[in-house]
Design a protein around this ligand. Structure first.
Ligand SMILES: Nc1ncnc2c1ncn2[C@@H]1O[C@H](COP(=O)(O)OP(=O)(O)OP(=O)(O)O)[C@@H](O)[C@H]1O
Ligand SMILES: [Mg+2]
Length: 275
């Protein structure tokens, strides 16, 4: 019997990616549900295992309420697997696609709440991880990698492409505009991708039709999307700038009025004024 089957019953496949598969499983011990991500169902085993080791090493060190929880790992025949908190609400891609097919816009307050939680998770990566500034870039922020738990709480996932930065230095590969412009990039690449997700949540369309579509969203969202999608990285706000802005502070207050002052202080560490 293999290691997963020994401890868990597989219920169904949750998703598939480049290097493996994610399954919903039930623990034989106490019936608790988990997501098991296994790496190895690919012709490039070496790369799959490298990715797995990298994601495991990182997930072990992350602790934030809006980042998917890590519950352990194992080796199954030749496959590496990671046991993760199960996010029963699915990913933002499904949320967006369902809303688009039903022609039902995602309510403004829901977008605000999702955005704030993505922002807090990203701010933790950029500013609070190991107490250093700009140390951890996600580099694969997209609706498929932002999950929701049963209560609708955001859980950032898929840390396979993360880059841990030394002293906030930039690196030379990118998945966003900076690559086109041939420039190095830093944490502002994640900010651009955050803007793309916000655009999609508002318009239910991917942002390749210019920014006009977002005019249908209310003004606060419209301005925010435009700012995050600034072509020049220096014009994009940091997560700290965003959290300190009156608009976002207002949303945080509206959605989590009882957040402790100490938590809020940590979340707004390092801001410059963007309004
Ligand atoms: N903890 C989870 N709970 C529920 N669904 C999940 C969970 N983790 C992943 N999924 C689903 O599986 C999909 C793929 O997961 P993930 O993004 O972690 O892997 P991937 O894209 O294959 O990763 P990689 O880029 O490392 O190959 C997600 O988009 C999501 O739909
Ligand atoms: Mg993914």
């Amino acid at each position: 019997m293999d290691a997963i089957a020994e401890h868990f019953t597989t219920i169904r496949v949750l998703g598939e990616g480049g290097f493996g598969i994610v399954k919903l499983v039930k623990s034989g011990k106490d019936g608790q549900l988990f997501a098991v991500k296994s790496f190895g169902q690919t012709s490039n085993m070496t790369q799959a295992l490298q990715l797995a080791e990298k994601e495991i090493a990182l997930l072990k060190t992350l602790a934030h309420r809006n980042i998917v929880g890590f519950h352990g790992m194992g080796l199954d025949q030749k496959e590496r697997f990671i046991i993760l908190e199960y996010c029963a609400g699915g990913d933002l891609r499904s949320l967006i696609n369902d809303a688009a097919s039903q022609r039902k816009p995602i309510p403004h307050h829901r977008i605000q709440s999702i955005f704030c939680q993505m922002l807090l998770a990203l701010h933790y990566c950029h500013y609070s991880y190991k107490g250093l500034r700009h140390t951890l870039l996600h580099r694969d922020l997209k609706p498929e990698n932002v999950l929701l738990n049963a209560a609708g709480q955001v859980k950032l996932a898929d840390f396979g492409l993360v880059k841990v930065m030394a002293n906030g230095l930039t690196v030379t590969t990118s998945f966003v505009g900076e690559l086109v412009a041939g420039q190095p990039y830093d944490h502002k690449a994640d900010i651009f991708n955050l803007g793309c997700i916000l655009f999609e949540l508002c318009t239910l369309r991917i942002p390749n039709h210019g920014l006009r579509g977002v005019q249908r969203a209310r003004e606060s969202l419209n301005n925010l999307v435009t700012l995050l999608l600034s072509i020049e990285p220096v014009r994009r706000p940091s997560t700290a700038d965003l959290l300190a802005s009156p608009v976002i502070a207002g949303w945080l207050q509206m959605h989590w009025p009882r957040q402790k002052d100490s938590e809020r202080a940590q979340d707004t560490n390092g801001a410059r004024n963007i309004t």
